[in-house]
Design a protein around this ligand. Structure first.
Ligand SMILES: [Zn+2]
Length: 577
């Protein structure tokens, strides 16, 4: 479908400038707000909080670096010098003298999976354990924190790291944790270790037969050893109860608390089912979301219909929850060769990947989303996946011209060169994860071949077309720490500064861009730029105090930066011990 009609033409003219027009408008608002506290200082209510003696990167072009700001009612009341900020000091005002520390606006992960992070945090991490005793100790420590009878799950044991590389058996574990069923997954997911209580719950005895394609390990006396291999794993897995509503709620809260540790004050939650969206609403109503959660609706027709009937919801519950976007999937992932490519995989010539949704489905949801005022965010990794997503957007916009749709492609990882300018033309935002580049660079060349690599993780090529790139991590696929992506964005190198000079370094971002990619660009990608993304009078006072100046420190030291404290709406939500 081309751009033949007049109405489609209008879209093309309006959309590319949406970001710059909004930014210009913002600047007028900012200037007005910025002057107010100075000229009316005598009549202003005092600030709740004044931050001084800091190097503050505001991500606001009208005053990029300042030494102080003031907060009132959860929002920035003043930005500038210490003298100006202190005119807002009252008897109750807390003054935070940071002694030269660095402050940046609260960071937002533009693509993370909050409920999955919560699940990951709920299970015992067994990775790196160098003995079976260490495994048992980690599980026993967890058992002290839960009630008897509650299932304990773990992941990551690897007997090849231990002095005795035979499979472990359950006795030590069963003795140390007798009152809770325990199920521990091996590092590769191909075997489980269960304790006695878990085997009893599953009804496993010496008589239990091996299923086809699976094996139950046995002790010398013929009793089950606790290890269940491959197709035998479901025998114990299927008795683990699904997490209760209260458990899921606690997991979401734990996940948000984990993001605070790393300086995140917001997350674009990349697709959640209805029950998780309901829990967000419940937490929001109770005033228990201390973050900015931009929750995408997973691809579920009932949930989507329900959301359309209610309409887009922004800044609910005091600016803590947004539900106005839908997550779809065009294709799979590169690592498993599921990403859809225009030409076959270089290391698998019979395989071009697969489409997870039909183009008709993408078009249908995108068209209905436009009519109902919703944003669409399509996962697309391969060049064919991206082309299919762009085609769907182009057709939807031709059918239903919408000036400010802010449609997104999640990952936009490998692009055909001809498709790179289409993002700007259509006003589609590539929501990318810089850390994927440094995680994938060791093997992605063999998947794609050298000729396709210039279109992979092509940040500079995309930025040069005049668009913005919100940055994310895809946690828990990658680690939560947003500075890993910040470092990757500016260096295209891993934590060991490999490769020298960076991987396709011409695609690097500047530090200013990399900071915007974690602050104002995610805000724009979520229709939040009037409230979030910079330290600007009138916006929410979300900020992070760092122990190092990430804008000036040598690149190879960026990853040693620590978060000192994280603040949401002027309230501290995390402080380093
Ligand atoms: Zn994801």
């Amino acid at each position: 479908m081309g751009f033949g009609s007049g109405s489609a033409m209008k879209v093309r003219l309006l959309v590319p400038n949406a970001y710059s027009q909004i930014m210009i408008m913002n600047r007028f608002v900012r200037i007005a707000l910025c002057l107010a506290p100075l000229s009316l200082a005598g009549q202003q209510l005092p600030a709740d909080l004044i931050v001084t003696s800091a190097r503050i990167y505001t991500v606001d072009e009208s005053h990029p670096v300042v030494e102080a700001f003031a907060v009132r009612g959860g929002r920035v009341a003043f930005v500038g010098d210490a003298r100006g900020a202190l005119t807002l000091r009252g008897p109750q005002t807390r003054v935070l003298d940071l002694g030269g520390r660095t402050v940046i606006p609260g960071m937002t992960d533009a693509h993370g999976h909050v409920s999955e992070l919560g699940q990951t945090l709920a299970i015992v991490d067994l990775t790196g354990a160098s003995s079976y005793d260490e495994i048992v100790a980690r599980v026993a420590a967890k058992a002290k924190t839960v009630a008897p009878g509650v299932w304990i799950e773990g992941h990551g044991w690897d007997q090849n790291r231990w002095a005795d590389t035979h499979f472990p058996s359950h006795e030590k574990l069963s003795a140390a944790v007798p009152n809770n069923p325990v199920l521990l997954e091996r590092i590769d997911g191909h075997a489980n270790l269960a304790n006695k209580k878990a085997m009893d719950a599953a009804g496993v005895t010496a008589a239990t037969k091996d299923p086809a394609g699976g094996r139950i390990e046995h002790l010398a006396d013929g009793s089950p050893s606790g290890v269940f291999v491959d197709n035998a794993q479901p025998i114990t897995q299927h008795v683990v109860p699904v997490a209760s509503h209260e458990e899921l709620k606690r997991q979401l809260q734990n996940a948000i608390a984990e993001t605070h540790r790393w300086g995140l004050t917001g997350v674009h939650d990349a697709g959640e089912p209805q029950n998780i969206l309901d829990i967000y609403e419940e937490l929001g109503r109770a005033g228990e979301i201390n973050s900015r959660i931009y929750a995408m609706i997973g691809d579920d027709s009932t949930a989507i219909m329900k959301a359309f009937a209610r309409g887009p919801q922004s800044a609910m519950y005091g600016g803590t929850l947004w539900i106005r976007s839908i997550k779809l999937y065009a294709d799979g992932a590169m690592g498993s060769r599921g990403a859809a490519l225009l030409e076959p995989y270089s290391d698998d010539p019979a395989n071009s990947g697969l489409l997870k949704s039909t183009p008709a489905h993408l078009l249908d949801v995108a068209t209905r989303a436009l009519k109902n005022g919703f944003q669409v965010c399509i996962h697309a990794i391969g060049d064919r996946g991206n082309r299919v997503a762009l085609d769907a957007y182009e057709s939807a916009l031709a059918a239903s011209p919408t000036a400010d749709h802010r449609f997104r492609i999640e990952h936009a990882q490998n692009l055909h060169y001809a498709d790179i300018p289409r993002f700007a033309k259509l006003g589609v935002i590539p929501s990318m994860q810089a850390s994927h580049q440094t995680s994938d660079m060791y093997w992605v060349g063999t998947r794609l071949g050298v000729s396709r690599l210039p279109g992979a993780y092509a940040w500079r090529s995309l930025l040069n077309t005049g668009i913005v790139i919100p940055d994310g991590s895809d946690f828990p696929v990658e680690r939560v720490n947003p500075l890993i992506s910040f470092h990757a964005a500016v260096s295209r190198q891993d934590a060991n500064n490999w490769p020298p000079g960076g991987w396709y370094p011409e695609q690097r971002m500047t530090r200013d861009e990399a900071l915007k990619a974690m602050t104002i660009w995610p805000a724009f990608a979520a229709f939040q730029e009037h409230d979030l993304g910079s330290l600007t009078p009138g916006k929410y006072a979300d900020f992070v105090v760092l122990d190092q100046d990430i804008m000036r420190a040598p690149v190879e030291t960026i990853l040693s930066t620590h978060v000192i404290s994280t603040w949401v709406g002027g309230k501290m939500v995390y402080e380093a011990k």
